[in-house]
Design a protein around this ligand. Structure first.
Ligand SMILES: NC(=O)C1=CN([C@@H]2O[C@H](COP(=O)(O)OP(=O)(O)OC[C@H]3O[C@@H](n4cnc5c(N)ncnc54)[C@H](OP(=O)(O)O)[C@@H]3O)[C@@H](O)[C@H]2O)C=CC1
Ligand SMILES: O=C(O)[C@@H]1CCC=N1
Length: 268
């Protein structure tokens, strides 16, 4: 974090994703006083950061070490128009879905630009972020982005920008699919007659425990699933429903395709 603390980080948009990244970076040693944060309606998180020295909606530093764009894709054109005067060697990182490197280049000129697709588990240091840079992003810029996102989880470098719409559908949006699964499991527990608090405890404990076990063991999800499934037992009865032709795998595939298509559309 030393170069970021020395040069400063300009963050444009500090909602759910920008906020999760900032919390993760601060936990890793980024100083609030090195942050310039722009957001039209600063909430409690930003007010607390301002009290610790962060510059909230304040005049920008002339040459920050890096700029993070974390506004919605629909706001991006307006935000980019306000950044055209940024010195040409300042790298820009954007986490926005859909917006292409070509679109950033058209608005910001020839400069290092890196698209990143993180996810909200970054908040607890368990994010996974895919990155891809434009032709002006050299190894040093990619190394900087890798260091920043490594501070909040895993980082993968993409081979081609075209992959990022699919990545968005899988890991960017993916936490929501798992949270929906936890909600559904809790509802199912209640429908089976379990009290509300117990339903919640069982659903959260099971989803969290199974995910932690998969990661800690490094084993295939399919193998772990088979180990729970006793022949002619209860799990087999449930999986016969979930794995029918129009069951969960098919639904997830359809959902991911819809997310991928939406990512493509957001860039147009
Ligand atoms: N949420 C997620 O899990 C992920 C999100 N992303 C990407 O992150 C980006 C942000 O998403 P998310 O955090 O969910 O959205 P949020 O709406 O939570 O955050 C966006 C923030 O930007 C603020 N904002 C709006 N206009 C401006 C402006 N002109 N200048 C500065 N700030 C502005 C918004 O303020 P206000 O609400 O007051 O308008 C809001 O606080 C999106 O592009 C999304 O594609 C990427 C990966 C995962
Ligand atoms: O829903 C969205 O558009 C953003 C991108 C990935 C996760 N959230």
């Amino acid at each position: 974090m030393k170069d970021l603390n020395d040069g400063g980080v300009l963050v444009v948009g500090c909602g759910r994703m920008g906020g999760a990244l900032l919390d993760g970076w601060i936990a890793q040693g980024l100083q609030p006083a090195s942050l310039w944060i722009e957001d039209p309606h600063p909430g409690d998180r930003l007010l607390a950061l301002a009290a610790q020295g962060a510059h909230v909606n304040a005049p920008r530093p002339a040459r920050p070490a890096v700029v993070l764009l974390a506004v919605k894709p629909q706001m991006m054109a307006e935000v980019l128009a306000g950044l055209a005067a940024l010195p040409a060697d300042v790298p820009v990182l954007s986490v926005a879905a859909g917006v292409s490197l070509q679109q950033y280049g058209a608005a910001l000129g020839d400069r290092p630009i890196i698209r990143a697709m993180p996810n909200t588990p970054a908040l607890v240091g368990r994010g996974i972020t895919a990155i891809i840079g434009n032709d002006h992003a050299g190894p040093g810029h990619l190394a900087l982005a890798t260091r920043m996102f490594s501070a909040v989880g895993e980082v993968v470098a993409l081979e081609a920008e075209a992959q990022i719409d699919a990545v968005t559908a899988i890991s960017g949006s993916g936490p929501a699919y798992l949270f929906l699964f936890a909600e559904a499991l809790e509802q199912a527990a209640r429908a089976l007659g379990l009290p509300e608090a117990l339903a919640r405890q069982l659903a959260r404990g099971t989803v969290g425990g199974a995910a932690a076990m998969m990661v800690a063991s490094g084993r295939d999800a399919a193998e772990l699933r088979r180990e729970v499934t006793s022949p002619a037992g209860t799990t087999a009865a449930a999986l016969a429903v979930l794995m029918r032709p129009d069951g969960l795998p098919d639904l997830i595939a359809q959902a991911a395709e819809a997310a991928r298509d939406r990512s493509v559309a957001l860039g147009q």
